[in-house]
Design a protein around this ligand. Structure first.
Ligand code: MN
Length: 228
């Protein structure tokens, strides 16, 4: 049966060192996965299991990226995050089996319209419009797992105009990649092409037009975003 109109191609992410691309299915994000960030947002990191929200697949854009300052916000925040891409789907995955399902990893920014998120929190409304807007998930090309140094340790950092804003180590995650991907797979059946943004360390703050953001996870990837 013919489509009634031509739909856009599925979003993809470049693969580091290859011409092939990683087809993106869905984007899941982990909330409050570093203790210091949970505290800076006014939450007690000891009290809750991981929770998830989503962004549309086409929120992902490839870095280096020149990003127009988003509409409907005057408080755009950066959140630097380790990102993993699923290559083999599954449900109820055991933590120790998660590495069999992860195709690769990279670094991304979970851009947040913090003013809209605060309104959503205050009014008990969903986060979709504060998290899932156009261009809200810039990412570096994904690195196949055989070229990834580690998903359990490595410095994660973000600079704005050369000044260090966020710095931690992925070993400081409250819920490790194995643990939170396993947990997510109890709620949804993961599929090839699913991407998981694994949470941000402390230091989130506003950025504006003209700012240059550089970030990375050591041993995996770096990125650059300029806001115009
Ligand atoms: Mn985040």
């Amino acid at each position: 049966m013919a489509h009634v109109f031509t739909s856009p191609s599925p979003p993809t992410l470049a693969v580091a060192g290859q011409d092939d691309v990683f087809p993106i299915r869905r984007v899941f994000c982990v909330g409050r996965n570093y203790e210091a960030h949970a505290r800076e947002m006014g939450n007690d990191p000891d009290r809750e299991p991981p929770f998830f929200f989503t962004k549309p697949a086409d929120a992902v854009v490839q870095t280096p990226f020149n990003m127009p300052y988003p509409v409907q916000t005057s408080d755009l925040h950066h959140e630097i995050e380790l990102v993993v891409g699923i290559g083999k789907g599954g449900a109820d995955i055991a933590p120790d089996d998660v590495p069999k399902h992860v195709w690769g990893a990279t670094v991304g920014i979970d851009f947040t319209r913090r003013d809209l998120q605060q309104i959503a929190k205050d009014t008990r409304r969903p986060w979709d419009m504060s998290k899932g807007f156009d261009n809200s998930a810039p990412m570096a090309p994904i690195v196949p797992m055989q070229n990834v140094a580690s998903l359990t340790a490595g410095r994660i950092w973000l600079k704005v105009n050369g000044a260090l804003r966020q710095e931690s180590d992925i070993s400081q995650m409250i819920w490790s990649v194995n643990d939170h991907v396993a947990y997510l797979s109890q709620y949804v059946t993961l599929a090839p092409g699913d991407i998981i943004m694994t949470g941000t360390p402390a230091g989130v703050a506003a950025v504006g037009k003209g700012d240059v953001l550089e970030g990375g996870v050591d041993g995996i990837a770096t990125l650059r975003v300029e806001i115009s």
